[in-house]
Design a binder for this molecule. Structure first.
Ligand SMILES: Nc1ncnc2c1ncn2[C@@H]1O[C@H](COP(=O)(O)OP(=O)(O)OP(=O)(O)O)[C@@H](O)[C@H]1O
Length: 589
């Protein structure tokens, strides 16, 4: 397969009508892709009897027999499995310059001094090694602030763009804080050699991470497997659609860090002697605006009230890339008064590393337009978003019949089918993934070069926020990506916000969207109606830092700019209460 990293080639090959306002989809006969080989189409085999079942949640984690000290010995084979080949481990093509210039604001009673490097973060040497093994050289802006904030013991509300490293921003400091204390804090567990799990032990995690989708739960579990390496903290994942029995057996083997989707978590909590949240020290709610959505209210409240911890004993962390004002207000009701609010860029903004094209399409010619688009570009790992399960099925058939290597995923598929589709897409066997919004949030697949909104999100189902999450599947962590959206007359309700989003990120606005340009010419004053930052300053006592960064590591007295040359102000990791220098392994629980 050629062209994975060659966005330049992709852009050059974009159809001329991309931004001209002409209607795409005029019938052109294709027999094969002129721009390279898309590879063989493959058909998944879902016959239950035909193969061994592999559930992503059963992936191998670091195990020990209780004889080791606070840190386990190296395990080269597992290390290779978790982190990949050392020769090819370093991330390629990262361009931090765009995310480095993004303004960082913080609020809270205490000011957080950002760290400049992971070495300044006071991480245990084994944790620092895990970070290195992950290939992380420089902390991203959200990591610069969250690592010290969590170390200081604050509750947190953190907002940063898609693909900006929010997962490690909480996993690294939380696990760093708990490691070394695992033996003291963790629940009793059977030895890994004990095949039947010994007695019926109840899982009592120290960390619970709640996420809205099964795919995201699996992905965060895989990240946690890396960060937990040698820490003596055992990660587990539970999610709907896969066998309950094996998940129960697994968490009973020892479960210090539990990642789960809400339905399955509650199911386990309601069973006798299976899962108790009484030991929980950290509760992380990822994609928090989605989790606080009214649809999840019942489940969410059950989980939050599901432990008998003393008040103040649990730290709550809420993370997302989008956070409508109303939901943010609700979020605050779950946090301690001394919580810290960290915001990288405008809430809900996307970044300039993603090139966004919007093409006007006749609704009846969409399939043809899609084919034209795919054939006009170099083959590249691509996610195609649609708004209904039926369209996903239809499009899968259509592209498959055109000999293209595609797969699809939506909520009506079995968990087996969903995992197979994700696996094939990650491996590159089927570089085209057609999906509904189920995968929009959080999913991180390397080298997704192109996101296509075959349907733009409707305003009733996520609107511009969903658009931001969807296109954020490309252009992650400093990489470049392309997002193409098909616009039809029916998309008028999203037109204004879409146009403002294009303008904010310095994209070309196509002719047909000109009329939706706001009167306000100053981009920094744009009002994204669904969301305003107006209530932020001072609501929690103090607002810190409102100035833009210059990317050189400088900022003015109030600003918190993150730049290649270093962070803001006195962010040397050794100052103030932050005391980021030096690992302190002694427990303070
Ligand atoms: N400091 C770093 N340097 C390089 N890569 C990093 C760093 N931190 C995280 N990453 C990688 O960046 C990718 C994106 O991270 P992550 O999925 O946590 O983003 P996110 O902010 O949660 O995105 P989303 O809002 O879409 O969920 C991951 O592949 C992760 O391994």
């Amino acid at each position: 397969m050629s062209g994975w990293d060659d966005l330049g080639g992709m852009k050059a090959a974009l159809p001329e009508q991309g931004n001209s306002g002409e209607t795409a989809g005029a019938a052109v006969e294709h027999t094969k892709a002129p721009n390279g080989d898309w590879g063989q189409k493959t058909q998944n085999n879902y016959d239950e009897d035909d193969r061994d079942v592999e559930w992503e949640g059963n992936a191998r984690v670091y195990e020990w027999d209780g004889e080791e000290g606070d840190i386990g010995p190296e395990h080269p084979k597992l290390e290779f499995e978790l982190f990949g080949n050392p020769e090819t481990r370093d991330p390629q093509g990262i361009d931090f310059s765009k995310i480095a210039n993004i303004r960082v604001n913080q609020e809270g009673l205490e000011r957080i001094q950002p760290i400049n490097s992971f070495k300044d973060a006071g991480l245990h040497p084994a944790m620092l090694r895990n970070v290195e093994l992950c290939g992380y050289k420089i902390p991203t802006p959200i990591q610069q602030y969250c690592i010290p904030a969590i170390k200081m013991g604050h509750d947190l509300l953190a907002i940063a763009q898609t693909g900006s490293g929010k997962t490690a921003a909480y996993l690294v400091p939380i696990l760093n804080h708990l490691m070394g204390k695992a033996k003291k804090l963790a629940a009793p567990r059977p030895s890994p050699q004990d095949a039947d799990c010994g007695t019926r032990i109840c899982a009592e995690p120290l960390v619970v991470i709640i996420v809205p989708s099964r795919e995201l739960a699996i992905q965060i579990f895989n990240e946690a497997r890396k960060i937990c390496y040698r820490t003596m903290l055992r990660p587990c994942v539970v999610y709907g659609g896969s066998p309950l029995g094996s998940q129960i057996d697994n968490i009973r083997r020892g479960c210090d860090v539990l990642i789960g989707s809400p339905g399955r978590l509650i199911d386990l909590m309601e069973r006798d002697n299976v899962l108790s949240l009484r030991r929980v020290k950290y509760m992380v709610i990822d994609e928090a605006d989605e989790m606080l959505h009214a649809d999840w209210e019942e489940e969410f409240n059950k989980i939050l009230s599901g432990g008998d911890q003393e008040e103040g004993n649990v730290k709550y962390m809420l993370f997302s890339a989008t956070f409508p004002t109303a939901v943010r207000k609700l979020a605050r009701t779950h946090l301690a008064e001394s919580y810290v609010f960290i915001k990288v860029g405008r809430v809900g903004s996307t970044h300039e590393n993603i090139k966004q094209d919007v093409i006007f399409v006749d609704p009846f010619m969409k399939k043809q337009a899609l084919l034209d688009l795919l054939y006009s570009l170099k083959p590249a790992r691509t996610i195609i978003f649609v708004n209904s399960k039926r369209t996903a099925d239809e499009l899968d058939d259509f592209l498959f019949n055109k000999e293209l290597p595609c797969t699809s995923m939506h909520a009506d598929r079995t968990q087996r089918e969903r995992e197979d589709a994700m696996r094939a897409f990650r491996k590159g066997t089927t570089p085209l993934l057609i999906t509904t919004g189920v995968t929009a949030r959080g999913i991180d697949v390397r080298n997704v070069m192109h996101v296509i909104n075959y349907d733009l999100p409707s305003m009733d189902h996520g609107g511009i926020q969903e658009y931001v999450h969807r296109i954020g599947r490309t252009g992650r962590i400093g990489h470049h990506g392309l997002a193409t959206s098909f616009y039809t007359e029916r998309d008028e309700p999203i037109a204004k916000l879409l146009t403002m989003t294009l303008m904010e990120t310095k994209q070309e606005v196509p002719d047909f969207l000109e009329q939706y340009k706001p009167e306000e010419k100053d981009i920094s004053k744009f009002k994204f109606e669904y969301d305003t930052d107006e209530e932020d300053p001072g609501e929690n006592g103090n607002a810190w830092g409102t100035s833009a960064g210059n990317g050189n590591g400088n900022s003015d007295a109030n600003g918190d700019a993150w730049g290649s040359g270093g962070g803001a102000g006195a962010g040397n990791g050794n100052s103030g209460r932050n005391d980021a220098g030096g690992w302190n392994g002694s427990g303070d629980w």
